[in-house]
Write a protein of this length. Structure first.
Length: 278
């Protein structure tokens, strides 16, 4: 059986890879991308069977606004979601302790989520890098003694590093939500399955217009689990709105969606999928 091709932001051992494994299992062909924009280009230029895992929000850092824009710009389809508990670990070449380190490298978000721990080591220099797993890989391949990294347990296992301190993140409630996305393709409304939908819409820049749309959801007793606004490029005071809507039946959502069409200037389904548990 041919492994499923999944593009991730980061390298083997990154949290994106962990999210992909949680969603699909281990039989994967991981295609790394240094940035989210590179991930989008690789997905856009790949074959129709290739998909990508992309972080969309973190319980500590909030929404990744650039990724919402990427979804819209490329017309990607959201096929699913997965939540991953983020556990940061301090690691280094075997035989060292935290007191032996003079520098720690990792992605800036990972460093920021561990600042309470690092206050105990004020002499350490914290260096930002492109990726948590890449930092671990460079320490291993270059034999960098005295240099630590912050990354996942899987990264330590892959690159043969020793975990010096586990679970150093400040908050124990650190989760990242990831989307499974695929290339642009027509969404067939009659074949949609799931209990959650993500949509974009735009309304007139007049008082009460967005409220009228949201009242449709309220009357249908549907849960609006996320509402995010984005400026319309080149139009001051105009906004797109991103919504996550939860429901019991797809047919009920489609009826609500049809009613919302009459209240909006523009509306688009990004995906209908199964709601993930944390």
């Amino acid at each position: 059986m041919t492994p499923k091709k999944i593009i991730i932001q980061g390298f083997p051992g990154a949290f994106h890879e962990e999210a992909a494994i949680k969603y699909f299992g281990h039989e994967l062909q991981i295609i790394p991308a240094t940035t989210f924009r590179e991930l989008a280009e690789k997905l856009d230029n790949g074959d129709m069977d290739t998909q990508a895992i992309m972080a969309i929000e973190n319980s500590i850092a909030g929404s990744l606004l650039q990724n919402y824009r990427i979804l819209r710009e490329y017309g990607f389809v959201i096929c699913g979601e997965v939540y991953l508990r983020i556990r940061h670990n301090l690691m280094a070449l075997p035989g060292q302790t935290a007191d032996d380190l003079v520098e720690v490298r990792s992605h800036p978000m990972a460093i920021n989520q561990c600042l309470t721990y690092f206050r105990n080591y004020p002499e350490l220099t914290l260096v930002e890098s492109d990726d948590t797993a890449l930092s671990a890989k460079e320490i291993a391949t270059k034999g960098l003694k005295g240099i630590g990294g912050v990354a996942s347990v899987r990264a330590a296992e892959i690159y043969g590093l020793e975990i010096l301190a586990a679970g150093i993140e400040t908050s124990p409630h650190n989760y990242t939500r990831f989307f499974l996305i695929s290339k642009k393709k027509p969404i067939e409304l009659t074949t949609l399955k799931g209990d959650k939908a993500s949509i974009y819409l735009r309304v007139k820049d007049e008082p009460g217009q967005l409220l009228r749309v949201l009242q449709i959801l309220s009357r249908a007793n549907m849960n609006l689990s996320k509402l995010q606004s984005f400026p319309v490029l080149g139009k001051v005071g105009e906004y797109y709105f991103y919504l996550d809507i939860e429901f019991d039946k797809v047919e009920s959502f489609l009826a609500v969606y049809k009613e919302m069409e009459s209240k909006t200037l523009e509306i688009q389904i990004l995906g209908v999928y199964k709601k993930a548990s944390i």
